[in-house]
Design a binder for this molecule. Sequence first.
Ligand code: GTP
Ligand code: MG
Length: 138
Amino acid sequence: VERTLVLVKPDGVRRGLSGEVLRRIETKGYTLAAVELKHATPELLAAHYAEHEGKPFYAPLVEFMLSGPTLAVVAEGQGVIPGFRSLAGATNPTEAAPGTIRGDLGRDWGLKVQQNLVHGSDSPESAAREIALWFPGL
Ligand code: GTP
Ligand code: MG
């Protein structure tokens, strides 16, 4: 069965939106396969965000992701990888459509990194790699 890695990033956890994100995953009809509150380490983030190393937002992104706990979730169901990206909405919360997680619950805070509440794997290869990083042994 198809699986994706969802993260409720530290801004979402701080704002008390973990339950709202889980609710949207479940009411869409996907199943929760694993849920764990974790404080990311620099090593985990270096691996998770390897594709962004060297970009101008990389250092602020890692700093932000170290600023508090993250809710890591494995969600499963047919089409869940693009399906959750669709639930999440555009990367920039100002541009994300109403009805999406980022569009309904996020905004621009004028900070160095887009604090956009959630992460969702962008391909089957990313999902397998990211699930192995956040849930070794699952
Ligand atoms: P994720 O699901 O979090 O991976 O988001 P995404 O796939 O929509 O975005 P991407 O993988 O390109 O970037 C990862 C994260 O880096 C984003 O979610 C943002 O938090 C941040 N980010 C990406 N692009 C920019 C940018 O152009 N400027 C800033 N300030 N932050 C960015
Ligand atoms: Mg991404």
